[in-house]
Design a protein around this ligand. Structure first.
Ligand code: PMP
Length: 316
């Protein structure tokens, strides 16, 4: 099978009546939630810092509950994350050169054919060294978004508010198409009125107009990002007015700045948003609000600024 990005994907055909694969076929994973967090190397080069791991543990518990799964306690979650960091200590990039991305995953599986909660659950944590998600110069290179109003990543009453594995595959095709058309990522809108901004594929969206920073309120269809919450707090502490509200597509027209937040993307300035062929452009670069917020956040994450809020957790 050839995918549209010219990779060969081998597909194994399995005859369902053969005994050998019965067990494999019945082990369908129908429930799954995951998390994403980062460990940064401390300035001394030896220890490591996690950013708000309790929030990740709590979000996994909420997600597991929504998906009808049992979940690890916050202590079990954090201990497993710490163990993973220590086991992979040599892969953590030097200060300023990236981080260790950590992915805790909870899946339900087992021999059940009917629609019922899985009989077995597995919690695992894996990690990989990463640089900037958008392969741009750290926090500076703008990204270009396209508004998608036909494909939706979440619906009211659905699972958009939790980080379940089943939220991501349904938008892969739209995402690949957007990339093929030269955009960095998609900006989703609400599926009912197709008028209000929701979020990007793996990040939350903010717009700035004057001294006011606005971001879509979390109403069950967007993920309550930990970076989003942290940036709201940092921005308010820095004297900006931050509104969590319905943000309409029209608000994009005269915004000064637009940026995305997320564990992977950190704070990524948006250079343009395209809506039905119309391209809106925004201020980017060193003197922007988003760049100041990026610096305030990453200084705390990397231990370069005092962590007055108790957001970081040391791993030693
Ligand atoms: N929205 C979606 C859909 C995401 O997958 C993510 C990444 N977890 C975010 C927003 C940002 O959340 P966080 O800041 O907690 O990484």
């Amino acid at each position: 099978v050839t995918s549209d990005h010219s990779m060969f994907i081998p597909v194994r055909l399995i005859h369902s009546s053969t005994l050998i694969c019965t067990n494999l076929l019945l082990r369908t994973v129908q429930q799954g939630v995951f998390e994403g967090l980062k460990a940064y190397r401390k300035l001394d080069g030896c220890g490591f810092m996690l950013f708000r791991p309790v929030e990740n543990a709590t979000r996994m518990q909420m997600g597991a509950d929504r998906m009808c799964m049992p979940s690890p306690s916050a202590d079990q979650f954090i201990d497993a994350v710490k163990e993973t960091v220590l086991a992979n200590r040599r892969w953590v990039p030097p200060q300023g050169k990236g981080s260790l991305y950590i992915r805790p995953l909870l899946i339900g599986s087992g021999t059940v054919l009917g629609l019922a909660p899985a009989p077995e659950y597995t919690f695992l944590v894996y990690a990989a060294p990463v640089g900037n998600y958008f392969k741009a110069r750290e926090g500076m290179e703008p990204i270009n978004l396209v508004v998608e109003d036909e494909v939706h990543r979440a619906t009211p009453g659905g699972t958009g508010g939790v980080k379940t594995i089943t939220n991501y595959a349904p938008v892969l095709k739209a995402q690949l198409l957007a990339k093929h058309n030269g955009f960095t990522d998609i900006l989703y809108v609400d599926p009912v009125k197709k008028k209000y901004l929701e979020e990007a594929s793996s990040s939350n969206i903010f717009i700035i107009k004057g001294n006011v920073i606005s971001t879509p309120a979390t109403q069950g269809t967007i993920l309550a990002g930990i970076t989003r919450r942290s940036i709201i707090e940092i921005a308010r502490d820095s004297g900006y007015m931050v509104e969590e509200r319905l943000v309409a597509i029209e608000d994009l027209i005269d915004a000064d700045e637009v940026f995305c937040t997320g564990t992977a993307v950190v704070v990524s300035p948006v250079g343009s948003v395209t809506y039905h062929g119309q391209r809106f452009e925004y201020r980017t670069g060193a003197e922007t609000v988003s760049q100041r917020l990026y610096k305030s956040l990453t200084d705390i994450q990397m231990g370069l600024a005092e962590d007055t809020k108790g957001w970081t957790v040391e791993v030693a």
